[in-house]
Design a protein around this ligand. Structure first.
Ligand SMILES: Cc1cc2nc3c(=O)[nH]c(=O)nc-3n(C[C@H](O)[C@H](O)[C@H](O)COP(=O)(O)O)c2cc1C
Length: 311
């Protein structure tokens, strides 16, 4: 029997049953459709769309990406077609695929988040929502929703009331105590937590004194952030029972297993898709082979075999 037939990689994230624990991450996989000629979307656990807002957003001035040591800076400025165009133009084509499509949702006020979800609720073909709470709340002087437990509770409760579908909350890594934030999201009704977003950072050219990014500052991602994010997943894991999706710097199957070992139920792959659009699909294949070769036929068996208890 082939390894693919013998191994069961399926996982449950709340009420959602997934074929395997590998997702492509928001903002690095477009609306999925752009990748469909390169990647067999039906082999992924699923993917998270580019962040969707109430109105279309043109995004930040160029340059938007800059490579750094073991990572990448980006300041895309949350460019997207807007939630209505997504529903009208992208979602119908996505329904042809048998993969979990998670809509990433963001806004600059509670009303923005709720409105985006309200529009998506009327549409068929989504497995759930992922709230990006690393956004400034313009009504609260630009403070990030994700950096304050009471703002997290407010935005997650409002989204929870608007959403019938499963609700994942993607945490900001820029917090003093991720456990507090994770608990606030869980108590407000999150079905899963995604840990975490990029780290605010910058790069300059000393010759000109200018930033390497049009937006001056950006978000750091890629292998450079993996050890920092792994610790956040560990801390969040200790604080909540809600399933966690780990993401930050995943390139290899060892990275995937590290996140699963520390307590993530599934993972997402972001920056790695820039170098190799097939990175997430490749990881499904390698993870399958690793289990088969270890004579573990489910993720629970590999957990019992290899993955430590990290109390
Ligand atoms: C170019 C780019 C665009 C991104 N856009 C979004 C976005 O729209 N919404 C979001 O929640 N995260 C966004 N992210 C963050 C990623 O989903 C992910 O959290 C982060 O890059 C860390 O994972 P990685 O190290 O595997 O890339 C973006 C990241 C990159 C590199």
């Amino acid at each position: 029997m082939s390894s693919a037939g013998a191994v069961d990689l399926s996982v449950k994230i709340g009420a959602v049953r997934l074929r395997n624990p590998i997702f492509a991450a928001s903002g690095t996989f477009g609306y999925g459709l752009e990748f469909a000629h390169l990647v067999d979307l039906n082999r992924l656990g699923g993917f998270v769309t580019k962040g969707l807002s109430r109105e279309p957003i043109e995004g930040a001035p160029a340059p938007r990406l800059f490579p750094t040591a073991s990572g990448m800076l980006n300041a895309v400025g949350l460019q997207n077609v807007g939630v209505r165009a997504f529903v009208a133009e992208k979602l119908p084509a996505l329904r042809r695929f048998n993969t979990a499509v998670i809509a990433n949702v963001f806004g600059y006020s509670l009303e923005d988040y709720v409105e985006v979800i309200r529009v998506l609720e009327d549409a068929e073909g989504l497995a759930g929502y992922e709230l990006n709470i690393s956004c400034p709340n313009v009504k609260k002087g630009g403070m990030q929703f994700g950096s304050d437990p009471s703002l997290v509770a407010e935005v997650v409760s409002a989204a929870r009331q608007a959403a019938k579908r499963p609700l994942w909350v993607k945490l900001s890594p820029l917090v003093t105590d991720i456990g507090l934030i994770a608990r606030a999201a869980e108590e407000a009704g999150a079905d899963a937590l995604t840990v975490a977003n990029t780290y605010p950072a910058m790069a300059i050219d000393f010759r000109t004194g200018k930033s390497r990014l049009g937006n001056k500052t950006g978000g750091l991602s890629g292998p450079a952030i993996k050890p920092i994010t792994l610790k956040l997943v560990w801390e969040a894991r200790k604080a909540v029972k809600t399933p966690i999706l780990g993401l930050g710097g995943i390139e290899t199957v060892e990275d995937v297993l590290d996140y699963l070992a520390i307590g993530a139920s599934a993972v997402q792959v972001g920056t790695a898709s820039f170098a190799d659009p097939r990175a997430s699909e490749g990881l499904v294949e390698t993870l399958t082979n690793v289990l088969f070769e270890s004579k573990a036929f489910t993720l629970n068996e590999i957990r019992d075999k290899f993955l430590a208890e990290n109390d």
